[in-house]
Design a protein around this ligand. Structure first.
Ligand SMILES: [Zn+2]
Length: 237
């Protein structure tokens, strides 16, 4: 059975979306993930799905170096909200504390840790999340200059936009972390905020439209047959 991933917190602010131009301009490198915060400052993060912890811990020698405390989890057989079905590696950076161990299996909703402000390139507490289709090398990330203890320097970009992956779980909300200015200033994409909701994500067929389409098709076919019959009649005469 394929699984659907949900947000790692019930209440989410988006501070910077995937590959957003304003981010590249400010930091001088591309953003291969999404930056999240909790508007109520509840920083506990939960597993978006059922998976296995591949790596975790401090990426540098100290908590202020590199990417801080990181977690790498592989989620098998994921149905993305885009319709894509794939295994996904999930990398999370800048955690204050980690509540899981390498090799541990996690279920959706299990506590993974608490997000924070660890690492070098961070300007305040937030959770960086990125998804990667390359589960053979889940620790390898593009956009970093060298390898650390947890996150290694990758060369091929096989990341996917988190906005095209996850769903809103029951009761979950997502909003612009800049009170609407994130979208206008190019830090947040409209897509980041308009996620489909579980479990009501299954589209209900538009029966009226289906009926109309079938009726038109039948009418067109009847017309076609009538024309042929008329032609035959003309030929016979
Ligand atoms: Zn980030």
């Amino acid at each position: 059975m394929p699984q659907k991933l949900i947000l790692p917190m019930n209440s989410v602010n988006v501070n910077a979306g995937y590959k957003m131009p304003a981010y590249t301009k400010t930091w001088g490198f591309r953003h291969y993930g999404i930056d999240l915060g909790n508007p109520e400052k509840k920083r506990t993060i939960y597993s978006p799905g059922d998976g296995t912890v591949i790596a975790c811990g401090l990426d540098g020698e100290t908590a202020t170096q590199r990417l801080g405390r990181c977690i790498v989890i592989v989620y098998p057989d994921v149905i993305c909200n885009s319709g894509k079905r794939t295994d996904l590696a999930c990398r999370m950076f800048h955690l204050d504390s980690i509540a899981v161990k390498v090799g541990q299996t996690v279920k959706q909703g299990d506590i993974l840790g608490v997000y924070g402000n660890t690492g070098a390139n961070t300007s305040g507490p937030h959770l960086h999340v990125e998804f990667d289709t390359d589960v053979k090398y889940p620790q390898y990330a593009v956009g970093i200059k060298s390898s650390g203890h947890v996150i290694k320097k990758g060369t091929i970009d096989s990341t996917v936009d988190p906005a095209k992956v996850w769903y809103l779980g029951q009761g979950q909300t997502i909003r612009d972390g800049w009170d609407g200015d994130g979208v206008t200033s190019g830090w947040v994409a409209q897509n980041d905020l308009s996620l489909p909701r579980l479990p009501e994500n299954t589209p209900v067929p538009d029966y009226q439209a289906l009926y109309e389409a079938q009726r038109k098709k039948t009418a067109a076919m009847t017309l076609g047959i009538r024309e042929i019959l008329e032609k035959i009649e003309q030929l016979v005469q």
